[in-house]
Design a protein around this ligand. Structure first.
Ligand code: BTN
Length: 254
C-alpha cells in the first residue's frame, strides 16, 4: 500500500475525495497528515486534529474485501475490530472498548474515531477497469497528545495511547502496522463476517447499558443487548427488542 504523508491538509478524507473526483487517485492508496485544519468527524462533527494524532484516509476498492459494496456500516465495525486488536498489544484487551458504531475507547475514554465514506470512481485513467464502489476509510487515532493544548471538552472525554500505555509511538511507524492489521481483518470480514462481528461483541462498551439511540427524528431508549451477526445494535425497549442499523448513541447511565 502506498502511503503519502503531508505536513498539513484540510482533511485527509476531503483531499482523497477531491483527487478521486479529478481521476488522480487509485486504490489502494493512503494519504496521511501530521495536522489537519478542517478534520471531519461523523455527521456535522469536526475532528480536533493536532500533531500526535495519527490521521489518515485509505482509498480502497470495496470489491477487494466486501460481500457487498453497500456494507459501509459493517466495514466501519471491522475497522474498529482491527484498531482494538492493534491497541490490545499495548493495553489489556478488556480495557480496549468499541462504542457502536465507530468509536474506539481506552478505559472509558475515546482514543479513536472512524469515518467510512463511499465514492463512485467517476473519472478513471485510460485502461483502468472500474469494479465496485470505492471507500474512503478515515481514521483518527490519538497516539501522543499534548493535553495542555486540547480544548476542554476533548480533555474531559478523550485519551491517547501514550497516556494509557506510557509508550510514545511515532505516526510514521504506527501507520504501516496498523494498516496491515486492518487489511487482514477486512479480508477475514469478507469471508467470515460472523467471526468479526463476534470480535466486536467482545469489546462492546454499550452492552448492558441504558442508552438512547437517535435516528433522524426518532429516539429510542433501552438496554443494549450487544450487536447481532449483521452488526446491528440490539436494544431491549419497553415494547420489545429492536435492531438498530444506524444512529448516534447517548449513554444514559455509567
Ligand atoms: C468520528 O469520531 O466522528 C470520526 C473521526 C474521523 C477522523 C479522521 S482523521 C483522518 C480522516 N480525515 C478526516 O477529516 N476525518 C478522518
Amino acid at each position: 500500500m502506498d502511503i503519502e504523508w503531508f505536513e498539513e491538509l484540510d482533511s485527509t478524507s476531503s483531499y482523497c475525495r477531491r483527487l478521486v473526483e479529478k481521476g488522480e487517485a487509485l486504490p489502494p492508496w493512503i494519504v496521511a497528515a501530521r495536522h489537519q485544519t478542517a478534520g471531519r468527524g461523523r455527521g456535522a462533527n469536526s475532528w480536533w486534529s493536532p500533531e500526535g494524532c495519527l490521521m489518515f484516509s485509505a482509498l480502497v476498492d470495496s470489491k477487494t474485501y466486501a460481500q457487498s459494496a453497500a456494507n459501509i456500516p459493517q466495514a466501519a465495525l471491522a475497522i474498529g475490530v482491527a484498531l482494538a486488536e492493534e491497541l490490545s498489544q499495548w493495553i489489556p484487551a478488556d480495557e480496549v472498548q468499541l462504542k457502536w458504531p465507530n468509536d474506539v475507547y481506552l478505559r472509558g475514554r475515546k482514543v479513536a474515531g472512524i469515518l467510512v465514506e463511499g465514492i463512485s470512481p467517476v473519472a478513471l485513467p485510460a485502461g483502468y477497469k472500474a469494479t465496485g464502489l470505492w471507500w474512503i476509510v478515515g481514521v483518527g487515532l490519538n497516539l501522543a497528545i499534548d493535553w495542555e493544548r486540547a480544548p476542554t471538552d476533548v480533555r474531559q472525554r478523550a485519551t491517547c495511547l501514550a497516556t494509557e500505555s506510557g509508550t510514545t509511538f511515532a505516526s510514521e511507524d504506527f501507520l504501516p502496522r496498523l494498516w496491515s492489521t486492518m487489511d487482514r481483518v477486512l479480508t477475514k470480514w469478507g469471508t467470515d463476517p460472523t467471526e468479526i462481528m463476534g470480535l466486536f461483541r467482545n469489546h462492546c462498551i454499550l452492552t448492558g447499558k441504558l442508552i438512547e439511540v437517535e435516528q433522524g427524528r426518532e429516539r429510542y431508549q433501552g438496554v443494549c443487548q450487544g450487536i447481532d451477526d449483521l452488526g446491528q445494535l440490539i436494544l431491549a425497549t419497553e415494547v420489545g427488542s429492536r435492531a438498530i442499523s444506524s444512529g448516534s448513541i447517548r449513554q444514559l447511565e455509567a
